[in-house]
Design a protein around this ligand. Structure first.
Ligand code: PGA
Length: 223
């Protein structure tokens, strides 16, 4: 990809559209504090807030790209409730695939995730595949970015150790030398400096600490 550190904010089922736009307004007020030249910011709001986010980002020329939090394994057609990759591509450049919350709550299998990844990539989205540990299969077709997110670290305030992250990254990198590697799980303003020097690390997938623009800016300020 490039040498910029990636900051991917996963907002999950938080924020309606008005709240989403307020975040962008707040970000706009604070952005001059941060050197953004070496950083790439990607926000994954709820599907319903994506078009309004896209318009706001374009009109205000914010240095932000959008991601979807999930994507259909199917092409366009008779798939009620699904959003196809080619539809998402109207607004988003990235797709988060296989988050552990979807594996648990929607019972997504490794095979589902492989289909979604191949489809998303084929339609032109950059794919961010979430893995829980070094045993989680990484789709060989279509994966661009891997986010290592151990379940015990998600939303708990209990991140993994830099040593363990390094060993998981090393293992993944040996088998998949071309993939961009991210860490996610309780990345917060008071923990981010522990991770930023991990070899092979290209950025972060951030949940809770990205929900307030002020806290997100704090993360950026420390990298
Ligand atoms: P967290 O969530 O930062 O709140 O731990 C990370 C994620 O689920 O992507």
């Amino acid at each position: 990809m490039n040498n910029k550190l990636l900051f991917i904010a996963n907002w999950k089922s938080n924020k309606n559209t008005a709240e989403t736009l307020l975040w962008f307004e707040e970000f706009e007020k604070l952005r001059s504090k941060v050197n953004l030249d070496n950083k790439e910011i990607i926000i994954a709001p709820s599907y319903l807030s994506i078009p309004a986010s896209y318009t706001y980002i374009q009109e205000h020329k914010l240095p932000i790209n959008l991601a979807v939090q999930d994507i259909s394994m199917f092409d366009t057609g008779a798939y009620t409730g699904e959003v196809a990759a080619s539809q998402a591509l109207e607004y988003a450049k990235f797709a988060i695939i296989g988050h552990s919350e979807r594996r648990k709550n929607q019972h997504e299998s490794d095979d589902d995730i492989a289909l979604k990844t191949a489809m998303a990539k084929d339609k032109g989205l950059k794919t961010i595949v979430c893995v829980q540990n070094e045993e989680t299969p990484i789709p060989q077709e279509g994966t661009d970015i891997v986010a290592y997110e151990p379940v015990f670290a998600i939303g708990t305030g209990n991140p993994d150790t830099p040593e363990n992250i390094t060993s998981v990254f090393t293992y993944i990198h040996e088998k998949n030398p071309d993939l961009t590697l991210l860490y996610g799980g309780s990345v917060a303003p008071d923990t981010i400096t522990n991770f930023k020097n991990i070899p092979l690390l290209s950025g972060f997938l951030i949940g809770s600490a990205s929900l307030e623009a002020e806290s997100f800016i704090q993360l950026l300020l420390q990298c």
